[in-house]
Design a protein around this ligand. Structure first.
Ligand code: IMP
Ligand code: MG
Length: 373
C-alpha cells in the first residue's frame, strides 16, 4: 500500500478516482430524473466542493445552473458563539429548486446553518447533495437527499477535500493512516506464574521486532551496571524490602527511553503486578505520548499451572517451584495481580487468550490480537 505524507500526517488511498466518478454519474442520473423540468440551481460550497460540483455538472442530463457560495466564520455574541454566514450569493432564490453541493457532511452543523440561511430566501425547495457523509458523526437532524458515499469516521482528503488547505489536488480520496499502522505497540503480557509468558514473549519479539522489559532482568542489569538507580534498588533488596513502585517505574522509564522514539513497541513482562503499578506505568507512557495498546492475558487453569510449575521445578531445580511455594505464589497472583484484568478491561485494551493447548495455536491467537491493534 502506498502511503503519502501531507503535512505532518500519513494518508493512503481509500476510494480510487474511478469509483468516485462512477458514483457521481449515478447520483447525477438520479438528480436528473428527480428534477426534470425544474431547472435546478446547484450551489457549491467553496472550497471543498469545487471538483465534485464540476464532475456532477458534467454528468447532468437536464438543464441546470451552477453557482458557488462561501461560508465566512465570525465570532457572534457570547451566547451565539461562532456564527457562519453565507457569502457570495448573487442569485435570487425565490421559487427556485436549490441543491446545495457539499464535499462532506460531518457533524452537519455547516449544512444546518446553510439550510436555515438559504431557507429565508424563499426557494421552492432546498436539497442537500454531498459527496461524503459520516453518519456516525452527525449531530444535527438534517435531511440529506443525495450522498455519494457514506464513510466511517476517519479523516479523509483529496478530490477537493483538504487537510489544512493541503491535498485538494489529489485525484483519489485518501484516508488518514491510523496511528495503529505507524505507532508503537506496547504490550503487557499477563498471566499467572507458569502461564507461558516467557515462551510467548520470545516468539512475539522475534516476529514483531518488539523490545522486551522483564522487571527481574532489568533490576539485575541495573545493579550489575552500578547505575544510580541500580544502587538505590540494591539498597532496598539488601534490606529485604520490596522496591517501591515509583522507583521501579523510573527504572522502567530509563530502559524504555533507551529504545529511542522510533521503536516498534515494548513487551512488559512481570510488570505491572498491582493496580497502582498499572497506573504508574500508564502515567509514565502518557508523559511520552505513548500508551499500552494491549494487555494480553494468558489464561491457564490452576491445575495445569501446578503441573507445569512442578515439572519446571524438577527440571530446573528452582527452589521456589515446589508445591508449597507454588501455591503461595498463585494465591498472591489471585489476590493482587488478577484485579488488573478488570482494570485493563476498563481501559479498553484487555485481550483474553486461552493459554491451554498447542503452543502454536496460542501464538496464532496472540498474533491476531497484535495485528488488530
Ligand atoms: P460539519 O459542519 O461538521 O458537517 O463539517 C463539514 C466541513 O468540515 C466540511 O465542509 C469540511 O470542510 C470539513 N471536514 C469534515 N470532515 C472532513 C474530512 O474528513 N476531511 C476534510 N474535511 C473535513
Ligand atoms: Mg467544506
Amino acid at each position: 500500500m502506498s502511503v503519502i505524507k501531507i503535512r505532518d500526517k500519513q494518508f493512503k488511498v481509500s476510494i480510487p478516482e474511478a469509483e468516485i466518478k462512477t458514483r457521481i454519474k449515478a447520483l447525477a442520473a438520479q438528480i436528473s430524473k428527480d428534477m426534470e423540468g425544474k431547472n435546478p440551481l446547484f450551489l457549491g460550497v467553496l472550497n471543498g466542493s469545487f471538483i465534485f460540483a464540476a464532475d456532477l455538472m458534467r454528468e447532468m442530463t437536464i438543464p441546470c445552473e451552477v453557482s458557488f457560495v462561501k461560508l465566512a466564520s465570525y465570532q457572534g455574541t457570547i451566547s451565539t458563539g461562532k456564527v457562519q454566514e453565507v457569502i457570495g450569493l448573487n442569485e435570487d432564490l425565490t421559487g427556485r429548486t436549490v441543491i446545495i453541493v457539499e464535499d462532506i457532511v460531518d457533524t452537519g452543523r455547516t449544512m444546518k446553518q446553510m439550510m436555515e440561511s438559504l431557507g429565508t430566501r424563499r426557494p421552492a425547495s432546498l436539497h442537500i447533495c454531498t459527496l461524503f457523509v459520516k453518519p456516525s458523526k452527525l449531530e444535527e437532524p438534517i435531511d440529506i437527499d443525495y450522498a455519494a458515499f457514506s464513510i466511517p469516521d476517519d479523516f479523509i482528503l483529496g478530490y477537493g477535500l483538504d487537510y489544512d488547505q493541503a491535498g485538494r489536488y489529489l485525484k483519489d480520496v485518501y484516508t488518514i493512516v491510523e496511528s495503529k499502522e505507524n505507532s508503537m505497540k506496547n504490550i503487557v503480557i499477563f498471566g499467572a506464574p507458569g502461564s507461558g509468558k516467557g515462551t510467548q514473549s520470545d516468539k512475539m519479539i522475534e516476529k514483531y521486532g518488539l523490545n522486551h522489559i522483564s522487571t527481574g532482568d532489568v533490576l539485575r542489569s541495573e545493579i550489575k551496571k552500578g547505575t544510580e538507580l541500580g544502587m538505590t534498588a540494591k539498597g532496598f533488596i539488601d534490606n529485604g524490602q520490596l522496591i517501591p513502585d515509583d522507583l521501579m517505574v523510573s527504572i522502567l522509564a530509563s530502559v524504555y527511553d533507551s529504545f529511542g522514539r522510533e521503536h516498534k513497541g515494548v513487551i512488559f513482562d512481570g510488570f505491572p503486578r498491582t493496580i497502582p503499578q498499572a497506573e504508574a506505568l500508564k502515567q509514565m507512557l502518557n508523559e511520552r505520548g505513548d500508551s499500552v495498546a494491549a494487555m494480553i492475558e494468558l489464561d491457564v487453569p490452576e491445575d495445569e499451572l501446578m503441573k507445569r510449575l512442578i515439572l519446571r521445578g524438577q527440571q530446573s531445580g528452582r527452589a521456589d517451584d515446589n508445591e508449597e511455594t507454588i501455591k503461595k505464589r498463585l494465591v498472591v497472583y489471585h489476590s493482587q495481580t488478577q484485579p488488573l484484568i478488570e482494570w485493563y478491561k476498563k481501559e479498553g485494551v484487555h485481550y483474553h487468550i486461552d493459554g491451554l493447548g498447542e503452543l502454536d495455536r496460542i501464538f496464532a491467537d496472540i498474533c491476531a490480537v497484535i495485528d488488530s491493534i
